[in-house]
Every structure is written in C-alpha cells, then in structure tokens.
Write a protein that binds this ligand. Sequence first.
Ligand code: ZN
Length: 218
Amino acid sequence: MILISLIALVASLALLSSVMLIYGVVCGKEMDNGLAQKQLDSAIVDMTPASAPKNGALWTVHADKGVPPVELAKAIAAWNVAVGDNILAGSVNPDFFAAGDMENAVYRLSTIAVSAANLSPSKLECGGTVTHAFRKGTAEVMWTDIVVGNEWLRSKPHIALTHLLGHALLLDHDDFHDTSIMRHSIYTIPLSFEVLKTDAQLLRNVWKQAKQKRRSSN
Ligand SMILES: [Zn+2]
C-alpha cells in the first residue's frame, strides 16, 4: 500500500511538472466556438478532460461556504439534465481547497473547485473567472477553479453558477442565441435561459471520449 502511495506521489509530481495554469481563459467576447480551445505550438485544439474518474461523474464539484448550496445544486442539475448523464456531482464542502494548492494534486484530478469573492466590475460580466489546469501539449484539463462574484451570488446566483460551470465543462461563449446560458455577458442572459441542444451534444461527446480514455488506461 505504501509503495502504491509512493508511486502515486511520484506520478503526481511528474504530472504537475507538465501542467500549466491559465487564468480567466474563457472570459472574453469570443463568439460561438463550441468547446474552449487552446493554442498549442502551431495548432489550435479543443480542450478535453484528462480522464474520467473510475466511478461516478465526470467532474466532482467542491464549493466553499460562500456558495449557496441550493443554487449550486440547481446549476449542477441544469447541466446533468441537459446532457442526460451525471457529468457533474458535488456539494458545498468544508474541505474546500483553493487554486494553487499543489499538495492536493491527486485529490484535485477531475475536480471543479468553486469559491466566492468580491470581484472587479471587469470580471463580473462573465460571472467570475474560470481557471483550467491542463497538460502542456495536449490541452487535457486536469482540474478547474471557478471564482464567482459575490454580486452575482446575491442577484442571479443560478445563472452565474450555471454559466461558469458551463465553462468548467469546457464550453465557450455563444452570443448567437438570445436565451443561451453561454452568452458572454451575464447581464443579457434571461432568467428563462436554456442549455442549447448543440452545447449539450458537445458535452455528450466529451463525456464519451473521457469514458473511452478511462477504458484504454485500465
Ligand atoms: Zn463566460
């Protein structure tokens, strides 16, 4: 057991050396590109999850005490219902960990951490910030940190959390549809928002790929 732990530790350290952290990657005014993309060397590639966990959901969501549990649960359900699969599972968790906590690398794999903060107006249009930690060279996302603005948690928590989770699931902005949850500005997303069928289909494909990666790594 100790040997296995050591191997896991060494593997996680090796993994970390190949990880790059990026901040606010998706909070721009791009139009609909489907999945979030990264420029790698000379190519632009879609971001994908590093792998699916052995059991359960694709991503586990952990939120700090500043995030209303009921609103987080509603946002998670919005994505699971739209995709038709349990891609997200999670809760407000006393063991919440913040961005840059490298000691918990193993624990963080396939995790989305959500915290609340007072943000500057420039960051509020997107609801907050989304940071993906991904492997250099492949754009495979290992974990994601979301910071949601307290202002939105007071006024439009369901919309802000659902929008930011959409980015965490690797979706880009979409301003072609008036009712899309992925419009670039939270100010313009209606209370009766929807997850577009095209976005839900993209996420089903991502989930399928992640499951295949899991099978081939076993
Ligand atoms: Zn956004």
